[in-house]
Every structure is written in C-alpha cells, then in structure tokens.
Design a protein around this ligand. Sequence first.
Ligand SMILES: Cc1cc2nc3c(=O)[nH]c(=O)nc-3n(C[C@H](O)[C@H](O)[C@H](O)COP(=O)(O)OP(=O)(O)OC[C@H]3O[C@@H](n4cnc5c(N)ncnc54)[C@H](O)[C@@H]3O)c2cc1C
Length: 378
Amino acid sequence: MAQDARGTPLWEVELGPERPPLEGTVLADVCVVGLGGSGLSCVRELRRLGASVVGVDAGRVGWGAAGRNGGFLLAGLAPFYHDVVERFGRERARAMYALTMEELDRVAAETPDGVSRHGSLRIAESPDELADCERQYEAMREDGFPAEHYEGDQGRGLLIPGDGTFQPLLRCCAVAEQSLDAGATLHERSSVTDIRPGCVSTERGAVQCDLVIVAVDGRLEQLLPELQGAVRSARLQMLATAPTSEVHLEHPVYARWGFDYWQQRPDGTIAMGGARDLAEESEWTTDARPTDEVQRALEQRLRDTLGVHAPITHRWAAIVGYTVNGLPVIGEVRRGVWAIGGYCGTGNVVGSLLGRGLARWRIGGDDSLVRPFLHAND
Ligand SMILES: Cc1cc2nc3c(=O)[nH]c(=O)nc-3n(C[C@H](O)[C@H](O)[C@H](O)COP(=O)(O)OP(=O)(O)OC[C@H]3O[C@@H](n4cnc5c(N)ncnc54)[C@H](O)[C@@H]3O)c2cc1C
C-alpha cells in the first residue's frame, strides 16, 4: 500500500494545552469517565444544572471514537427506522427518533464549526436493499419524519434531508472548552483503574463523588465487566484521500445496508469507512490499529465504486460498542454508577443526547430525554 498517515485520523487538529492528569484525592458531586462526545455533553449539562463535576479520560479529549469517526450526524439509532419500529414498537421508535432529531439541531446550533446539513443518502446496491429502503420510507413518512426517494448521480435509495456531517474532533474540543468555561474540571491521561460506588480511582488520584457516570462506547465491557454479554467492542476502520475533483458528492452516503459509508468534505477530501463485515471475527477486538485486509477492501471500494484515484493520505480505526438488539446501553451498573454506550457504530447524536439526558435525569430529576431508551433488555 502507498505511504499514508497510518493511525492518524483525517480530523486531527491542534488540541491545545493538555489538561493535567488527576493527582491526589478530589471531591465532586459527579465524576464522568470518558471525554468523548457523550461524556463531554454530560459534563457540560451537569455544570448547567449546577453540579460540581470532574471528568477524566485515559487519553486526550476526543481521542476515542468520538474524534475518529465518519463524521455523519444522523437522526435515529443504528438500525433503520422500520426495524426499530418492529423491535420496540411504534411509540418508542417515534419518541427516540424525534429526540435524536432535536439533538442533531442542538449539536449544529451549539457547535456549528464544521457542520453541514445536506441530508444523508441511504443507497441501495441490490433489489432487496431497494425494497428495504421503501419499507423505511413508508414507516418514516407514516410517522411524520422527513424522508424522500433519491435517484441521481449517487445511486438509488433514500434521502434523509435533516441529517448532516461535522468535524467530530472539532466538536469534542468545542464542548470541552464550553465545559471548562462553565466551571468543570477535566483531567486527561488519567486512566481509570477502579470504579466503586462513590469513588473513581486512577493511577495517581481519586475522585470521591455522589454519582459516577461512565460514558465510554468502545471497551465499556472492559471497564464494567458486568456489561459483558450486553455490549461487545468492535473495531471500525476508515481511510481518507487528498482533496480531489474527480467526483462531486453532494451528500454523505450509507451503502450496503449501512456497512459502508463515505462523504466528501468541503475541500474535496473523501473520507470512507466500512467493510467491517468482510473481515468478520477479526474486527471484534479492542485493538484500534487499522488492518491490511479491511484497508484493501476500502481502497477497492474507493477506486471501483467511486472511481476516485486520488492518493490515500490517512488510514485509521477506533473502537465502538455493539449491543444485541441495537438499543444503546443506559443503566445503573453498580450502586451510584451509571453507564451509557453501545451505540452500534452510530453514536454521534444519540451519545450526545444520552449524555445530556442522563445528567438531567440523575441531577435534575427530569427523565424526558432518556425515557424511551430505558429497558435496554427489551
Ligand atoms: C471509524 C468509525 C466511524 C464511525 N462513524 C460514525 C458516524 O459517521 N456517525 C456516528 O454517529 N457514529 C459513528 N461512529 C460511532 C461514534 O464514533 C461513537 O459511537 C461515538 O463517538 C462514541 O462516543 P463516546 O463519547 O460515547 O465514546 P468514545 O469516543 O469511545 O469515548 C470514550 C472515552 O473514554 C475513554 N476511556 C476508555 N477507557 C477509559 C478508562 N479506563 N479510563 C479513562 N478513560 C477511558 C477513552 O479514552 C475515550 O476518550 C463511528 C465510529 C468509528 C470508530
């Protein structure tokens, strides 16, 4: 393969000065473990509600999946809308979808840098998939959600007009700054070694608190082994090209049942991910290094389907959590220790919603943002 920045995401930005690691014992109302998009959304909301909050991360802000993903801002959950209706009933499906639509608007309004709202495409690559797009269209229209048939340069399928894209690491940095401005304390390079009711320990410090919120998507079952069986970590991989004018892709695309996805950034760069299913077992891992097998499949997709021959500049991977039924995890795992995660590869919007929603519920007593997501074992 050609030379490229292996392991570095397209989104890399100057992160600014490091927040110091946690040292010694500190007190707070709440300790949030994990400073990706979900944890940061939780931290910021906790401060808005007046709670004192300490956030800790093993790496730096947004260094997990939250700053290394495909950059799609999608309403809904990972399963397609009609599948959610079938699995969880219409009322819950409708409530969850409506909440994520509102959250998407909120993300775009609160951290607008790098956000575009050109809708997203679900492109069918077989008659079966096209028929499934039609089922999704009918279910969404019946429940009053925006969906349009699409037939154009990018193929045939559905256009979901309210969706969009963003620069994921930029958003993490912006929410971290907003949290710090609001009075939160954040500690980077502070790996959590032990979580007990009322106490989170890292290598060199501890947070004594009333409430612990673990907002970790990939590797959640390692941190909280009670969740083994409920959530399973998987690697997702991506590549990106140099800016190119070989194609002009107006909308980000989800293809082949959502297994493959790509978008063109405003500077002409193509970011493409997927092919996880082609490598099967090897991608159920917590090793975040890209592999030749999946990278070759992505490269072939880029060259053959899109006809793009621009050089590949970045190849990277990160770890996410999958659940069996497609609903994210949200629940009290130990007394006073709550967890959110397991977004099945689509956590940018729903993770932000659940982070904010859990803060409002546990501190403000308002469960309206999380209620339809509860009963994760349904
Ligand atoms: C390649 C790829 C493409 C994707 N594309 C999309 C997409 O286009 N749209 C979409 O919606 N979703 C997408 N996703 C999924 C999405 O990125 C995630 O669901 C979401 O970012 C999860 O955010 P989070 O904050 O919950 O978790 P994470 O980003 O995983 O953050 C958790 C944080 O916890 C920290 N942590 C873990 N263990 C410890 C510990 N022991 N001590 C302290 N800290 C710890 C990690 O360092 C990390 O920073 C994609 C994911 C990947 C990998």
